[in-house]
Design a binder for this molecule. Structure first.
Ligand SMILES: [Zn+2]
Length: 333
């Protein structure tokens, strides 16, 4: 191994585990702390298929984290803490994933069983909030006081860093920009309401809208119609007017102006599969956002891609685990 684990000397015993549990795949890693930088694509990052059975998944996570800890040099494979990130809604305090449509899990108290297997503190948090923390501490937002993180993928999520700390809000949903309603008569959103940002921008919504627009799966000229978000963006670039209209609506809906107006951030960091791959779309939304802010916010509205790419959430989970340790433990390292 070449990165931070290898750099951990034998007398340093500070290791944290992290897992980003996604709909189809789960990323797992173990890191020695403190890390000065997050090396992308490191051999320390292992990909597992996400198991539909949460209890089998817990056992696999425990096995993999222990294996990585031993490989990294942790004494008896013992970690100090583990950070987990998963799609919500979930309760960070009780460690329960309530109902995650993406995972097909309902009321899974994931932290308890994993804690019993590993014998260390387990910290669970929403993946978007965790991604915000990862980018703020180790990625594009490093050194900035106020950072908004927006993830554009199958859904739309976000997190807010204020004065360097994750801002959770009174009900633990601060930063949920995906469910900002921009058109109460707009398309139905996964949350049950209409016209949320996610209903226009989320990959699942775009795919659903494409199926509605081309029910025969053929465009007007007889070619195969777009069936997913990437194909909608591709067809729009190729000049298909109907696909272009869906993308135009997504540009209008994205809501960077609302983030600018409410938060006046140093930086907006954009991640997620659509955010990272559809850069032209994001740039168009930034232009619209700047036009709709107060001049002093709009001129300064800075939107950048997530520096940690698809590992923002994993890095954030490692940060979460580290920050949960007592200061005395951290300072001893
Ligand atoms: Zn919604």
């Amino acid at each position: 191994m070449t990165s931070s684990i290898a750099s951990g000397s034998a007398d340093r015993s500070g290791f944290v585990g992290a897992a980003d549990i996604g709909a189809t795949k789960t990323l797992v890693t173990v890191r020695a702390w403190p890390v000065e930088a997050w090396a992308l694509g490191s051999s320390e990052v292992v990909r597992l298929a996400t198991d539909r059975d949460p209890w089998r998944m817990v056992a696999r996570l425990a096995d993999e984290l222990t294996r990585l800890a031993i490989a990294g040099g942790a004494v008896r494979g013992r970690l100090d803490a583990v950070g987990l990130a998963a799609p919500g809604p979930l309760d960070p305090t009780s460690g329960v994933i309530h109902h995650s449509p993406n995972l097909g899990w309902r009321d899974v108290p994931i932290s308890g069983p994993l804690k019993r297997l590993l014998g260390v503190p387990i910290v669970l948090d929403d993946d978007a909030r965790t991604g915000a923390l990862g980018e703020a501490r180790l990625g594009a937002g490093r050194g900035r006081a106020t950072v908004a993180y927006v993830t554009l993928g199958s859904g739309v999520g976000g997190g807010i860093i204020m004065d360097g700390r994750l801002h959770r809000g009174a009900h633990n949903v601060a930063g949920e920009v995906g469910h900002l309603s921009v058109d109460p008569t707009g398309p139905r959103c996964g949350c049950g309401r209409r016209g949320c940002v996610e209903a226009f921008v989320g990959g699942s919504s775009l795919a659903r809208r494409a199926r509605g627009m081309w029910p025969s799966a053929r465009t007007a000229d007889g070619t195969p119609a777009p069936r997913d978000a990437a194909e909608v963006f591709r067809a729009a670039r190729a000049g298909d007017p109907a696909a272009g209209a869906l993308v135009d609506e997504a540009v209008e809906a994205l809501g960077f102006a609302a983030i600018g107006a409410v938060l006046d951030p140093d930086l907006i960091v954009v991640g997620g599969s659509i955010g990272l791959s559809q850069r032209r779309f994001v740039r168009r939304a930034v232009t619209v956002g700047r036009q709709r802010c107060l001049a002093q916010t709009g001129r300064a509205l800075t939107v950048v891609p997530a520096a940690l790419g698809r590992e923002s959430v994993l890095a954030g989970a490692a940060v979460t685990a580290w920050e949960t340790l007592p200061a005395s433990r951290r300072e001893a390292l």
